[in-house]
Design a protein around this ligand. Structure first.
Ligand code: KG4
Ligand code: ZN
Length: 360
């Protein structure tokens, strides 16, 4: 079964063809990073307009690279939640239109759940140039640590579509904390990769930063850590310019950037791994996966592998950040037991957590 996936929930316009929920035939991602970099973050209006411009060419390219005609596509899948409303609307309108014109079943996919499915991709077509993929698909029960710009959560999957949200962030997501710390330190957008890069040459024990305590055992909280970084930077430079400001980052030296980035990254990663390890010990899953943009962080991968007593296989970095491969992959499993959506009456839901989205 060949599924065309479409993703436009934030600042990436993406389309992909995936066969049987395991084999990528094409992976096209148009990123808007350059457009938003000058504003230091995603501007929703600008994002929606960029999606409009590129959505059709991106879909056409995904079909072309998969060497697939519309006749060979068995279904269309699209992100309906969560995300920026204007961005979600563009992808879903395109998907609905094509589903109607070409008479294909349409599947509505939850973006955060889909991030986990980057880990189910184990084969690729000749034209796809991804690095080495995991040798096998994860086994159930599977513990998923989902860490992105909008989400930090631990989810226990008993099977496809049968999952339980163990905990989530009560304030900032961990990717958001990386992005905000980058702004405080004057590192370029997007913050995750630039903080990770600066951290490589820093002393991760230079600044003692706090680990948040949460009421829910598996909940996360990263806003206090970000504030602690701000206070430490203010103390180091001797002025109390607040966040966001242009003055503060201009006073941060490269060594302060590196040491603070490393100290922040150490605590953020330890916090994620502490809770993952605790859930691993309590629920004894057969596999552990990480998903979402922050799962591209090499230090997180290294530390997690050291702490867990089972082998963790990692999806390629390109499939951790937003893409449509994950959308088309999840849709295959969903299609086994869920009725297709009605393309004429289809709603986007900008803020829907995985708390009530299990479907099997
Ligand atoms: O999953 P994603 O592409 O979009 C959302 O669904 O949010 O995640 C984007 C987030 C951003 O906050 C970005 O800074 C972070 O992932 N990120 C990283 C790295 N690469 C991207 N965070 C830490 N280390 C990285 N290498
Ligand atoms: Zn995402």
């Amino acid at each position: 079964m060949k599924i065309l996936g479409i993703e436009s929930s934030c600042d990436e316009t993406a389309a992909s063809v995936v066969e049987d929920g395991r084999r990528v035939l094409s992976n096209v991602v148009h990123t808007q990073i350059d457009i938003h970099a000058r504003y230091g973050g995603v501007v929703p209006e600008v994002a929606a307009r960029s999606h409009i411009e590129v959505i059709n060419p991106v879909i056409e390219q995904a079909l072309r690279e998969a060497e697939c005609s519309w006749n060979e596509i068995d279904a269309i899948a699209v992100t309906y939640a969560p995300g920026l409303v204007g961005s979600l609307l563009i992808g879903t309108l395109a998907a609905r239109s094509f589903a109607i014109i070409h008479q294909k079943p349409l599947y509505a996919i939850h973006h955060v759940e889909a991030h986990v499915y980057a880990n189910f991709v184990v084969e690729q077509g000749a034209g796809v140039k991804l690095p080495t993929l995991p040798a096998t698909q994860p086994l159930f029960p599977m513990l998923a640590l989902i860490v992105s710009g909008g989400h930090s959560q631990l989810v226990l999957f008993n099977d496809h579509g049968n999952y339980q949200l163990l905990g989530e962030t009560t304030d900032d997501a961990v990717g958001e904390a990386f992005d905000k710390v980058a702004k405080i330190l004057g590192l370029p957008y997007p913050g995750g990769p630039s903080v990770a890069h600066a951290a490589q040459s820093g002393n991760a024990h230079k600044y003692p930063l706090p680990k948040a305590k949460t009421t829910g055992v598996y909940d996360f909280s990263f806003s206090g850590l970000k504030t602690a970084v701000l206070r430490s930077v203010q103390r180091e430079v001797g002025v109390d310019h607040t966040y966001p400001s242009f003055e503060l980052p201009a006073l941060v030296s490269p060594s302060l950037q590196a040491d603070m980035a490393a100290s922040f990254q150490r605590i953020a990663i330890e916090t994620l791994i502490d809770k993952t390890e605790k859930a691993f010990n309590e629920f004894a899953p057969k596999s552990v996966v990480i998903a979402g943009g922050v799962a591209a962080n090499s230090e997180l991968r290294r530390q997690l592998s050291l702490r867990l007593p089972l082998k963790v296989e990692y999806a390629p970095m390109q499939l951790c950040t937003d893409n449509a491969v994950m959308i088309a992959t999840l849709a295959f499993y969903q299609a086994q037991s869920v009725q297709p959506a009605n393309p004429f009456a289809f709603e986007v839901i900008p803020s829907r957590s995985m708390r009530d989205t299990a479907w099997a």
